[in-house]
Each structure stands twice: as structure tokens, then as C-alpha cells.
Design a protein. Sequence first.
Length: 220
Amino acid sequence: MHREVFPQWQLAPANLGLSTGCIDVWRIALGSIRPHPGPGRALGDLDQHPLPPRLRAAAHQAMRDILSRYVDCPPDQLDIGLHPGGKPYLGNQQQPQVEFNLSHSRDVALLAVTTTLAVGIDVEVERKLEDPLRLARRSLPSEESEQLAALPEAARTGRFLALWTRMEARQKAVGQGIFGRPADPSLMSSFSFRPGQGLYASLSVSPATPDLELRFFVPA
């Protein structure tokens, strides 16, 4: 179950309560955040894609600040651990139960927050790719790579990045890296969207869930 959505970004309300079937997506401008050191796990361990240290720290500081609003806990006291597949989680039996996932590319980050559902999110910045069709045939399901092959060469880079984010969001939702066992798209709900000019993003949820409510926020 996949569809394209068109976000209307807004400032978050004071009360960030999550109901079952609600997913909040946050768009974070990393260049506007001044990171400060905090205790606990090294922040760079929580994502697969390397960033310059300042932007990496900014992404994880913003993640802590936002998550703290859902669980009513100071950001520096959140216990963020990693499952064996590398997916982060909140420890310490913090309530309410919150599932989340973070992705960043260059100076933008996206954070998805929900409850009870497994969630994955990915964002990519548009850039030149030497041979997107070759990359697709190595990394994407055959039906998706064939979709790409049917396009004019000039249209392939953007479409590849859209399909790549869908694949990576699926893998992150089920707690697998891009080289892990492929997630089955038919068992998931997924959404593609453009969080800004030159940006491609996808959100995936497991298991497939009808009538999901999506809310799109930017930090104040």
C-alpha cells in the first residue's frame, strides 16, 4: 500500500499527544541548530549515513528535544538504545510508548514519531548520479528497476532517489539495513513526499495500516 502525499508543514501544538494510527513527521533545518554536548551514547551511532560532526550532533540534539516533548522527560535524560539491526529505541520503560526514526541528508533531517507501529523514514538530497539504472538494478526490487529503465535517461535520477528512499524507509521500519533481508512492500504502508526543493523522502509503517493520520511539523 503506497501513495504520494503533499505535506502542509506547520508549527506543532503545545500538546503532542499521539493516538493509535497517527504519525508525526518533523522537518529539521540543521544549519539553524547550535549543538551542545550531552551524556549517553555517541550520537553518531544512530544513523547509517555520515554527516559532518556539527550537523550530525545537531540532528540528534533536535531528535532528543522533540522526543522529550512526547514523553515528558528532559532531553538529556532520554535513554536511546539500539536494536541489533541498528534501529534506535527509547529505553527506561518511558511512557507513553513511542516509536521513532531519524534520517538526514546534508543540512536537513526528518524525524518520524508514532506509537505502537514500526516506522522508518528516509530523505535524500537531489544530486548527480553517474548511472542510476545500474544502481537500481543492484539495490532495488526488479519491478522498481524496470520502472526506472522505462523512463528517459534525463528523468532517471529523480525517480531513482524517490525509489531509493522508499526502499530504505522500508528497511529501517523493519529494523534492517539496506543489505539486510528485503522488506515486503505488500505488508507495509508507505508514503512518498517532497519535504522541500531538491529533496526526496519516504515514510514506511509496519504492519500495513489503513486510515493513517499524518501530521507534518517544523520546530518553532
